[in-house]
Design a binder for this molecule. Structure first.
Ligand code: SF4
Length: 375
């Protein structure tokens, strides 16, 4: 089944570390953008061979800046153009400062059944350093409002290794998240890009990053606490209560297929990969003129597909199924990469059991080194 991704590129302010495809909210542009998005989805109907979908994911940017009626219209366009299954997972990424219980209830009425809140931290000092618009209390309140509005599937994003953050600081956010009891959590390591304004602010304010050993401790201790609280880690950065894994994101990690709509959205289907134009105006203009929005369309080579399967499979806690890879790609992983992988087995980074190859939790800290074997 396909996953459908809808990109909403608007934000109320631009965070000092952000590297996503987004721009400042503009009400008139947003209206034209929603029209374009609906048109792009409608046009895809004609070209869809087998068009069954079981996930719809609003990512951004800040999708919760859209009005519930606009979200409903986009979901309806999806259900008109695709055979959407009855138990479809519909996720909306939401920023805490954009919601109220009424808005959340209206998003639910529109068809959203899963929320992903960009909380990042439950400490006001850290949120300020990241130039986020919300504070810790707004994040807690947003979570409570979501429950009040009837959401029983909520994910929280947290970021670790923030400027001036100690291991203890980080763990207070983890403990607060656990206390709230969401169904799903994603833990990301902050990456400060070379041209991110945060980099200059860090230099000016003398905010440093904790040493590598502390970053490792942040990750390992957070995962241990989450596990003790009943969450299962299923991917390097993701944990969930039983039955609450992100069905949409799993498509990215399990050789699935998805179609992305909106500016900068990526798609992978039938051995092909393409990307839409990044600029919001450019995208809206192309849709209005009836032109294709896709750029960088290419057929994946067999070795690229194999590489992707190996990379993403190793991100999963259950790891790579050697037999499945052999059946699908005709490659015996062990015969091809065994000598290069052997040292990782010896030092406890990798494990091999019942023809599955997987990273240990410590190994997840050096996943990139292991994956480089497959390049
Ligand atoms: S809210 Fe998210 S997408 Fe928007 S600027 Fe901040 S980090 Fe970027």
């Amino acid at each position: 089944m396909l996953g459908l991704y809808l990109h909403i590129p608007f934000c109320s302010a631009i965070c000092n570390y952000c590297n996503f495809n987004r721009g400042l909210f503009d009400a008139a542009l947003k209206e034209r953008y929603v029209d374009a998005l609906v048109t792009e989805i409608e046009r895809s109907r004609a070209s869809s061979e087998s068009n069954r979908a079981d996930t719809i994911y609003f990512g951004g940017g800040t999708p919760s800046l859209l009005e519930p009626g606009e979200i409903a219209r986009i979901i309806e366009a999806c259900t008109d153009a695709f055979e959407v299954s009855g138990d479809v997972e519909v996720t909306l990424e939401a920023n805490p400062e954009t919601v109220t219980v009424q808005r959340l209830a209206a998003f639910r009425d529109a068809g959203v059944n899963r929320l992903s809140f960009g909380v990042q931290s439950f400490r006001d000092d850290e949120l300020r350093r990241l130039s986020r618009l919300h504070g810790a209390e707004r994040a807690r309140a947003a979570f409570r409002e979501a429950r009040q509005a009837g959401f029983d599937n909520i994910s929280l994003d947290l970021m670790m290794w923030l400027p001036a953050q100690s291991v203890a600081d980080w763990l207070t956010s983890v403990d607060e998240a656990i206390a709230l009891g969401p169904e799903h959590l994603s833990l990301y390591l902050l990456e400060v890009y070379p041209n991110a304004p945060l980099r200059d602010e860090m230099a000016r304010a003398h905010w440093s990053l904790a040493p590598d050993d502390d970053a490792a401790a942040m990750y390992l201790e957070a995962m241990a606490r989450l596990e003790a609280a009943g969450y299962d880690q299923y991917e390097i950065s993701n944990v969930a209560r039983p039955g609450r894994r992100s069905r949409h994101n799993l498509k990215y990690w399990t050789d699935g297929e998805w179609i992305g709509f909106g500016c900068g959205a990526h798609s992978t289907r039938g051995g092909a990969r393409w990307k839409n134009v990044s600029g919001t105006d450019d995208y809206v203009g192309r849709v209005a003129r009836g032109e294709s929005t896709a750029v960088e369309v290419r057929q994946l080579s067999a070795s690229e597909m194999l590489g992707d399967a190996l990379f993403t499979g190793l991100r999963l806690v259950e790891g790579l199924d050697e037999e499945a890879v052999a059946n699908r790609y005709g490659v015996d992983i062990w015969a091809r990469y065994g000598p290069d992988l052997e040292p990782f087995l010896e030092n406890g980074v990798l494990r091999r059991q019942a023809r599955r190859l997987f990273l240990t939790r410590e190994g997840m800290l050096v996943a990139n080194e292991v994956m480089s074997v497959f390049v």
